[in-house]
Ligand binder design. Structure first.
Ligand code: ATP
Ligand code: MG
Length: 662
């Protein structure tokens, strides 16, 4: 054992020596560089440090830059840990900043959304800011006619169609609170969220397309609202024309609701701290939490980070591939891009319909310039090889991004080479539903290391602490925390203050009250680069060593035959835990016993003997959340023959069934 410890590498990521500088013209002409020059900052480091040290002043300036206010605030921040109020006394409405001011100004004819339907025989639709304003206003007036007032919760259960952001913006405009449930959830998942939020109205569609075929969705809402007294009406948008039952007095078609309604509607003047939405987290680790965000602070973060990190400019075509049902879609398909007055792609369907070339084709046809996706999608495309990419011209791209999980260095390189012609920077953005916006991320001027989210962004004070709240030295790991509040942070859990206090603030309360515990682990390398290791609960404890699942999975994915991997710890009397790896091979590779041995050896070569997987198993798929994150807690429970717990967030039940007992 002692020998093993002596030879163990705790991390190979920390030995990353490849550094990729941003292309010079990109860095020089970036939005962030422009700001730095105006302010007289000489280096990125100097700028990051100043903004973080002076975070209140910094965010005050950003709030004025990116949003218009009906009335100014009297104090930028009131911080009574763990409760923050930003822009106190300010009056605003996020829909004014997203729609009205553009529609009534120079951007009225600019395209807000390029909507790409999933069926290939349906044309792409362009929606300008002026059109968006009219649609939002009509729907806002429709909601008013149903008796929806400020503070009411309205549930949205819809696929990726323009009526979804239209409804969100309309709800916000009249001061109600939207609560989106991803349309892939079952009626049970929808029901529990409707009950928790006590929603007055549910908005849905007749049906949606899956792989080009129309399927009904409305019946799920009927099931979910059978026993929910709070729900007065269900508004149904016609997307596919599939026949669905409509209940007299309760259900109403979207078109009938807006018919004859005025296309003018005043914004409700909201207090900065008034709630904008509740969003239930993706539920990777258990019961979903209703996270509350507000009008004033929330609108600043996504717009500012989209402008600085993704460098979005007036002539860019921005594409974030997330579903609007997740925070990534809220912040980077709806609020961030619209506050900036940008043009976004909104794609209705799956990446592999009608084939794996679909995303490349959308990029080519619409000249997408900035592209943001998730590691799970990158690995899926990587699994199929380069041939699809070669059929299309994606040279309109100038910047790439990643979110959702640690991106394995191998996948990072493949993404850069395939989408980025071997030269485009990848913005690996680390953040959470709770944070509303990116916290740790490169800027387009930052020298990159594959697999690293690089540094805390300007205006944030993010650190990595040990159990006693000491910042860890360079070259080691611990818990990611934020030492200071930020405008787009969550304000609470809906009707559950205790859980809010316990989950984020209790760990370091006695030592340093007001320290936000994110729930993830990270390491800092010798240069201070952050490498996100995954969730605290997923970290493996092997023979006294703490090894991150992300590290072992990346070692496996670095083998040329592997597309994806999930590792878990199996209890072991001697070592505490031993590693069991579930591996998905690249297309065309054969599952053999020799390959299992080869992969285990490969991990040992890369990471050292401590990380040697005792068992390697081949699977076709691993359980994932509907947002594409590997659910290790479910794999572990199933493999160990234990109850699998709350599965409402699970996307692929078959993958759970296929996990063998170990
Ligand atoms: P729940 O909290 O209910 O289990 P969730 O954490 O999956 O759900 P999200 O808020 O959508 O819900 O996901 C945030 C988490 O995703 C982060 O805490 C982190 O674990 C992971 N994550 C997001 N972006 C990155 C990234 N760039 N690198 C590494 N991990 C990331
Ligand atoms: Mg989480």
């Amino acid at each position: 054992m002692a020998e093993e410890k002596a030879t163990a590498k705790t991390s190979v990521l920390l030995e990353e020596t490849r550094i990729f500088e941003a292309p010079k013209d990109l860095a020089e002409n970036s939005n962030v560089m422009k700001w730095m020059k105006e302010k007289g900052f000489k280096t990125e480091r100097e700028m990051r440090l100043w903004c973080s040290a002076n975070y209140i002043q910094f965010w005050g300036e950003m709030a004025k830059t990116y949003a218009d206010w009906f009335e100014p605030w009297s104090s930028t921040l009131e911080w009574k840990p763990p409760y923050a109020k930003w822009f106190v006394g300010g009056k605003c409405n996020v829909t004014h900043n997203c729609v009205d001011r553009h529609a009534q100004g120079a951007k009225k004819d600019k395209v807000a959304y390029i909507f790409v339907p999933e069926p290939t025989d349906q044309p792409t639709q362009k929606i300008t800011y002026a059109q968006l304003e009219k649609e939002v206003n009509k729907f806002a007036n429709g909601l008013k006619s149903l008796g929806v007032v400020k503070g009411d919760r309205v549930m949205l259960y819809m696929p990726m169609i323009p009526q979804l952001p239209i409804a969100m913006l309309a709800i916000a405009k009249i001061g109600a609170i939207h609560c989106i449930v991803f349309s892939g959830f079952s009626s049970g998942g929808l029901n529990s969220r409707i009950m928790d939020a006590e929603a007055k109205v549910v908005i849905t569609v007749d049906g949606f397309y899956r792989r080009g075929k129309p399927l009904p969705l409305k019946p799920n809402v009927d099931e979910a609202t059978a026993n929910t007294p709070s729900v007065k009406n269900v508004v149904v948008c016609k997307r596919t024309g599939v026949a669905v039952p409509m209940k007299e007095g309760k259900d109403i078609w979207w078109d009938d609701l807006v018919a004859g309604k005025s296309d003018a509607c005043e914004c409700e003047k909201m207090d900065s701290e008034d709630r904008l939405f509740i969003l239930y987290t993706s539920g990777t680790t258990g019961k979903p939490k209703g996270i509350e965000h507000v009008h004033g602070g929330y609108q600043v973060g996504p717009a500012q980070t989209l402008h600085w990190v993704f460098d979005v400019k007036d002539n860019d075509v921005w594409w974030c591939t997330a579903d609007i049902g997740w925070i990534t879609g809220h912040s980077y398909i709806v609020y961030g891009p619209l506050v900036l007055g940008a043009t976004s792609i909104m794609y209705e369907g799956s990446p592999d319909f009608p084939d794996l070339g679909r995303w490349y084709k959308i990029i080519q046809d619409n000249k997408v310039s900035v592209f943001y996706t998730a590691p799970t999608a990158v690995r899926m495309l990587m699994k199929a090889g380069d041939s699809w990419a070669k059929k299309y011209d994606v040279s309109s791209l100038r910047l790439l991004g990643s979110v959702g999980e640690p991106i394995n260095p191998e996948a990072w390189m493949w993404y850069r080479n395939t989408f980025g012609a071997g030269k485009l920077p990848i913005m690996d953005t680390w953040w959470q539903t709770e944070t509303g916006t990116f916290l740790v991320s490169p800027l387009p001027i930052t020298p990159l290391k594959p697999g690293s989210a690089t540094f805390p962004l300007p205006g944030f004070n993010i650190d990595v602490l040990d159990e006693e709240a000491n910042p860890v030295p360079l070259g080691s790991g611990g818990n990611i925390v934020s030492n200071t509040p930020w405008p787009s942070m969550l304000r609470a859990f809906y009707r559950d203050p205790e859980r809010y206090q316990k989950e984020y603030w209790s760990t370091y309360w006695d030592i340093r009250p007001g320290t936000y515990l994110a729930g993830d682990k990270a390491m800092k390398d010798k240069d201070g680069y952050f490498f996100i290791q995954g969730r605290i609960d997923d970290v493996l404890k092997i023979a006294g060593h703490r090894i991150s699942n992300a590290e072992v999975e990346s070692a496996l994915v670095s083998h040329p035959k592997v597309a994806e991997a999930a590792v878990i710890g199996k209890p072991d009397e001697v070592k505490g835990e031993v590693i069991v790896a579930f591996v998905i091979l690249r297309t065309g590779q054969e599952e053999t016993e020799e390959l299992k041995k080869e992969l285990a050896k490969h991990v040992r070569t890369v990471l050292g003997p401590v990380a040697y997987p005792e068992t390697v198993l081949f699977v076709k798929d691993v359980p994932k959340t509907r947002s594409g994150k590997i659910m290790r807690r479910v794999i572990k429970a199933k493999a160990l023959g234990k109850p699998t717990g709350d599965l409402s967030a699970l996307a692929n039940p078959d993958a759970v069934d296929a996990i063998p007992l170990i």
